[in-house]
Ligand binder design. Structure first.
Ligand code: TMP
Length: 236
């Protein structure tokens, strides 16, 4: 399957049309950005790692009965995905206090939450992905109440299986972002699940192995992405 027209170029990926009107190719770049595009850089081989890690996780989730846009990974940087109508909501699930939840609550980073927190953000680069609630989603018709119920239930279900998946691989799944889309009357999990959109800490040492290393200049960025790749995809 060939890449045809570039339909959309984001910070980390390009979406191409293909000969099949129902399928797209998601192409993973090494470009990195943070703080809504204020900080920019390159993480060598990030695209390859994120594609491999995401594909591995999508296949695992499919096996757990969670429907995703994943079809195939024909090359190191290409993922064939189903062409969905994107729901403009980012679902963030948190197991441990970090990032903006730490800032909003003043609670110590690293404190384990008594149960997972699920939040919604409006997917808008221009606005910097502001946090929203169910009332906003309803009034602005970003998704129906039934769809919101599905996003919450699926977010929690994904968290249950992913937390254990990562734990078995010595990684603490601190928090992460999920995106969904509509496809033939169903809602599928989309985008990617990789160190770019997750906080991943080593289970024993709490070493940060995700994009926070780039965001906050913690060093060893490539090394940590490689480490996650090996912990997730070993034996693939
Ligand atoms: P936050 O602590 O900055 O709100 O982010 C929570 C998690 O969700 C973190 O793992 C990063 C991820 N995330 C994204 O990747 N993109 C986004 O636009 C948002 C809001 C969160």
């Amino acid at each position: 399957m060939e890449r045809l027209e570039a339909l959309y170029e984001g910070k980390a990926k390009i979406l191409y049309s293909t000969q099949d009107p129902e399928l797209l190719i998601q192409y993973f770049k090494d470009d990195a950005s943070a703080f809504n595009g204020v900080k920019k850089g390159t993480i060598v081989d990030k695209g390859v790692i994120n594609n491999h890690v995401s594909s591995h996780i999508f296949k695992f989730l499919e096996g757990e009965g969670i429907k995703t846009h994943f079809v195939d990974r024909p090359s190191d940087r290409e993922m064939i995905v189903r062409k969905m109508e994107i729901i403009p909501i980012e679902v963030v699930v948190r197991n441990v206090i970090a990032g903006s939840l730490q800032k909003r609550t003043g609670k110590p980073e690293g404190e384990v939450l008594p149960k997972p927190v699920l939040e919604f953000y409006y997917k808008s680069d221009a606005l910097g992905d502001p946090m929203i609630n169910e009332s906003h989603i309803d009034v602005f018709q970003w998704a129906s109440p039934e769809e919101v119920a599905f996003l919450k239930e699926t977010g929690h279900r994904i968290n249950e299986v992913l937390f254990e998946f990562f734990k078995k691989r010595k990684i603490r799944l601190v928090d992460y972002k999920l995106e969904f889309g509509r496809y033939k009357g169903e809602i599928l999990l989309g985008d990617e699940i990789s160190p770019d959109g997750c906080r991943l800490w080593h289970w024993d040492t709490n070493e940060k192995m995700d994009k926070d290393r780039f965001r906050f200049d913690l060093g060893s960025v490539e090394e940590m992405y490689q480490k996650v790749y090996h912990l997730i995809c070993a034996g693939e």
